[in-house]
Design a protein around this ligand. Structure first.
Ligand code: NAD
Length: 387
């Protein structure tokens, strides 16, 4: 009889990250991070565990923390077992999170791998000379770091601005995972539902397309008229903002902006509307202002589902998923974006950190896109694995 072995979800993810597996094997030989410390502030979930293990195999000491509300204890345990030093807990408390960011920067890492600009912001408050540079994963982080270039003056490559990240993760994978999260968290149908997507950038396009493919009636609101026109020509309705809110059974924000849905919108909400955010920061939906509104007479928390339901004076209900935190990394058994999309994005991360560690980027490369040669290298490697 053949032996049967028990494996974990992280094992499944690890075996599915075929690009990272190749890079991990190469790094184990070439050791590009020998004697360097890499400080990381990125969602601690199974795919990041594989990335951090890959960097560790390249000789780096890794000091890691997570982002707000997305730290998975199983991943923390796995990383600790694999030699990564983790200072993180599942929290939505900004003070607790800030404490762990400060602990990472106190280690004075040589390289930073950031997601949302949290680590670089703490570095800018207490800089040290040894920082060589690093990477930033997201749109929201790039927006935060651009005005800080004068303080940072280090090579910082923005993974988000690689065309590969744009189409593989933001366009295709975020749409799928936000759709999957709507189904997983609410267990409600999509057929015939009126869905309004705020933001028609890379992520919003994918979200709009996935709900349309699932037989929803999708509207788009974008502050940029050019993007709204693109949505219109793609066949989505683009009503005026109040009409788009009034008609919506589900509202998804994907903008990178603040207070996109705010207390002033309460008067327009349809009874039973579901509010979900897919943007990096929970502030896209002004949850505090909504819950504190004088219109709210009762608050119910569906605990396991991370859904808060507000009952309004006039009897309408408003459901908020996960306090406005990124829905695809929240709620019961969050999966995040597809493994293949993250394998591509994290291969970019690994190659960009290697590029900076090798001194191939200069301080003029502060908050700039991934070098074209790295994009081409990753694209060739992925295509070769899939022919
Ligand atoms: N959930 C995830 O897994 C995941 C993955 C990647 C990126 N993100 C995040 O998703 C967000 C969007 O990323 P993106 O790459 O699509 O950004 P993007 O810049 O390509 O698109 C954002 C769009 O939102 C529009 N917008 C801005 N403010 C608006 C407002 N008040 N109302 C309506 N539209 C508005 C902009 O005009 C733009 O078209 C960012 O916060 C990013 O960090 C999340």
């Amino acid at each position: 009889m053949t032996d049967r072995h028990t494996k974990s979800r992280i094992d499944w993810v690890s075996e599915s990250c075929r690009l990272l597996a190749q890079i991990e094997a190469e790094f184990a030989r070439t050791k590009p991070f020998q004697d360097l410390t890499i400080g990381t502030g990125i969602h601690l979930e199974p795919k990041t565990a594989v990335l951090l293990r890959t960097l560790h195999s390249g000789g780096a000491r890794i000091v890691a923390t997570g982002n707000l509300n997305s730290t998975q204890p199983e991943t923390v345990r796995y990383l600790l077992e694999h030699g990564v030093e983790v200072t993180a807990e599942q929290t939505i408390d900004h003070e607790v999170h800030d404490l762990s960011l400060n602990q990472i920067i106190a280690e004075q890492p040589d390289l930073l791998l950031d997601n949302g600009g949290d680590l670089f912001a703490v570095y800018a408050e207490s800089p040290y000379p040894g920082l060589i540079g690093g990477t930033e994963e997201t749109t929201s982080g790039r927006m935060r770091l651009e005005p800080m270039r004068a303080e940072l003056q280090r090579p910082i490559l923005v993974i988000n601005d690689s065309p590969i990240k744009q189409f593989a993760e933001n366009r295709h994978a975020v749409g799928q995972s936000m759709f999957e999260s709507y189904m997983r968290v609410t267990n409600r149908s999509t057929n015939g539902k009126r869905v309004t997507v705020f933001g028609y950038g890379a992520c919003g396009r994918g979200v709009a397309a996935c709900f349309r493919n699932a037989h929803s009636v999708v509207s788009v609101v974008d502050a940029d008229p050019v993007k709204a026109l693109e949505a219109h020509l793609d066949g989505f309705s683009t009503p005026l903002r109040p009409d788009a809110i009034r008609s919506a059974d589900v509202i998804v924000t994907e903008t990178g902006a603040v207070n996109v849905i705010a207390a002033g919108d309460i008067e327009h909400f349809k009874d039973g509307v579901i509010l979900m955010n897919g943007g990096h920061f929970p502030t896209e939906i002004a949850v505090g202002d909504l819950t504190d509104s004088a219109m709210v007479v009762r608050r119910d928390q569906f605990e396991e589902l991370e859904i808060e339901s507000l009952r309004l004076k006039d009897g309408r209900a408003v459901h908020i998923v996960s306090g406005g935190h990124m829905a695809n990394l929240a709620g019961p058994r969050p999966l995040g974006n597809s493994i293949e999309s993250m394998d591509l994005g994290f291969a970019l991360q690994a190659r960009c950190l290697e590029y900076i560690a090798q001194g191939r980027a200069t301080k003029a490369d502060c908050v700039v896109p991934v070098p074209n040669a790295i994009d081409a290298d990753i694209a060739n490697a992925y295509l070769a694995l899939n022919r």
